[in-house]
Design a protein around this ligand. Structure first.
Ligand code: NAD
Length: 499
């Protein structure tokens, strides 16, 4: 995107429908293009006072029902308009995301932006279907006549906190659900990708979301912490690292805030020896190197049956050597830079640890100095990895595959479950019964059979164990944004007397 495109969002927060400067002296920070390592714009750094202003604006919007009071079909149409505007601005958004996050523009255009639009369409469809139920009533003793029904009400002001790896999609999942439920929201995007979130706010306002209903306060971890601590916030929806999720859960505990968490992973991608090698290798490459491996559900533990292990490693290495690493704006790029210098160093640290602990570095493992000062790292494959090694246990969040051999189905399931996480898994086999047994046996929120990474707005997404709490997307995705109120009406002529 031409730099001018972001100028209107520079040093700006979006509060109560206004583009305002951060309080306390116009605080700001530099936003860096990962492909060059250079700053390209300045973002406002929201303070706790700004968070407070945003929460107050959101509370006022809840109080006068300026959003919930609109006819549900019109609210639904508003979400459809957001979807439409996202589609119309696809090129602009793709350029922006590539600049902020480094992701290949081809990927942004193919998946992230169209899916973000689809997510708004999906939640738009849920709006007019959301309601309570009438239920039978039962009381010990003589009952008489009662009417029992439930109402679904928005939980209140929600705090949405998102990571940088999918700068549009992560905010979209949460904003669409919050708006569909009738909540007001304060979005705190990742400090690395503030402008995509502000672009979404602009789109929502243009589509007709009233002022104060969606507020965006860019800033760092302290800004997020201020949002979690704010007494006016009823619920936090967070996506990010498991360690951050644990802090948020603890910080939300004193006021019993509702919390949903989408956290990290170390997902297994299991390859049996009856599947065409080329197909499984392709699936593994897609599972590991998409978005430079900066994907929560990345299939970075590639479990391969020992009968085909060496052939698989060889074929995988060959495919990985062919991946074109480069700046995201080059349409031929397969793998862009990683987000920041410190993340690149962390990845190289894992490469060192893997080698030291006895894994075999087959391909990659170095910084690509030839591409300049941007944060480019070679797509990497480790073979001879055992389940105990650090690179098989910890989330690297970079383009690094750990290929682990297994003997048989039981061994594959045992290895797959040897993790603290449980976000996703893949299984590749032609044997349908085995595929379904493995799908049942693996403890993960999503299991793919003969594919990997594919998501749908209709598919509940979330993690078992330390990969999260609750689900986003799918038919029940509004539940965490709603409270259920039970109404019991005594229809008898005489009220029940207790004493
Ligand atoms: P992160 O946890 O460092 O930051 C995420 C967000 O939380 C940022 O906006 C950050 O400013 C904010 N934050 C940090 N500390 C906070 C605190 N104490 N209180 C409130 N907010 C705080 O994560 P990241 O590095 O931006 O993202 C990468 C991580 O996200 C990976 O672990 C990845 O697996 C995970 N992720 C998970 C999913 C999923 O759906 N499960 C999707 C994408 C990314």
């Amino acid at each position: 995107m031409a730099i001018d495109g972001v100028r209107r969002w520079e040093r700006r927060l979006f509060i109560d429908g206004e583009w305002v400067a951060a309080s306390g002296g116009d605080r700001s920070y530099l936003v860096i293009d990962p492909a060059t390592g250079e700053a390209f714009a300045e973002a406002a750094d929201g303070s706790p006072a700004d968070v407070d202003a945003a929460v107050r604006a959101a509370s006022a919007a809840m109080d006068d029902a300026r959003w919930l009071g609109i006819d549900p079909l019109e609210r639904s149409r508003t979400l459809h308009r957001i979807a439409q505007l996202i589609r119309e601005r696809q090129d602009q958004l793709a350029d922006l995301m590539t600049r902020e996050n480094g992701m290949p523009v081809s990927f942004a255009q193919w998946l992230e932006i169209p899916m973000a639009a689809d997510v708004f369409d999906y939640f738009a469809a849920l709006v007019p279907t959301t309601g309570g139920r009438t239920l039978p009533f039962s009381l010990p003793g003589p009952q008489g006549q009662y009417l029992l029904f439930t109402l679904k009400e928005p939980v209140g002001v929600v705090g949405l906190i998102t990571p940088w790896n999918f700068p549009l999609l992560m905010p979209a999942w949460k904003v669409a659900a919050a708006l569909a439920a009738g909540c007001s929201a304060v979005l705190k995007p990742a400090p690395e990708t503030p402008f995509t979130a502000l672009a979404l706010a602009e789109i929502c306002a243009e589509a007709g979301v009233p002022p104060g209903v969606l507020n965006v306060v860019p800033g760092g971890d302290e800004t997020g912490a201020a949002l979690v601590a704010h007494p006016g916030v009823a619920k936090i929806a967070f996506t990010g690292e498991t360690a951050t999720g644990a802090k948020i859960l603890a910080a939300a505990a004193p006021d019993i805030k509702r919390v949903t968490l989408e956290l990290g992973g170390k997902s297994p991608n299991i390859v049996f020896d009856d599947v065409p090698l080329e197909e499984a290798v392709s699936g593994a490459v897609f599972g590991v190197y998409l978005n430079s491996g900066q994907v929560c559900q990345a299939g970075t533990r590639v479990l391969v049956q020992e009968t085909i292990y060496e052939r698989f490693v060889e074929a995988l290495a060959e495919r990985v050597r062919q991946l074109k690493v480069g700046p995201g704006r080059d349409p031929a790029t397969d793998v862009g830079p990683v987000i920041r210098e410190h993340q690149l160093r962390r990845i190289l640290g894992y490469v060192e640890t893997g080698t030291r602990e006895g894994a075999r570095l087959v391909v990659g493992g170095r910084r690509l100095e030839a591409l300049g000062p941007g944060y480019f790292v070679e797509p990497t494959v480790f073979a001879g990895v055992t389940a105990e090694m650090t690179i098989a246990r910890e989330e690297i969040f970079g383009p690094v595959a750990a290929v682990i051999p297994f003997r048989d189905e039981a061994h594959a399931i045992e290895l797959a479950n040897r993790t603290l996480y449980g976000l996703a898994a893949g299984v590749w086999t032609r044997d349908v019964k085995r595929a379904l047994r493995v799908a049942r046996g693996v403890r993960a929120g999503t299991v793919w059979v003969n594919t990997y990474q594919v998501l749908s707005p209709t598919a509940p997404f979330g993690g078992y164990r330390q990969s999260g709490l609750g689900r986003e997307l799918g038919p029940d995705a509004l539940e965490p944004y709603l409270e259920t109120k039970t109404v019991i009406v005594d229809l008898n002529e005489e009220a029940l007397r207790f004493f």
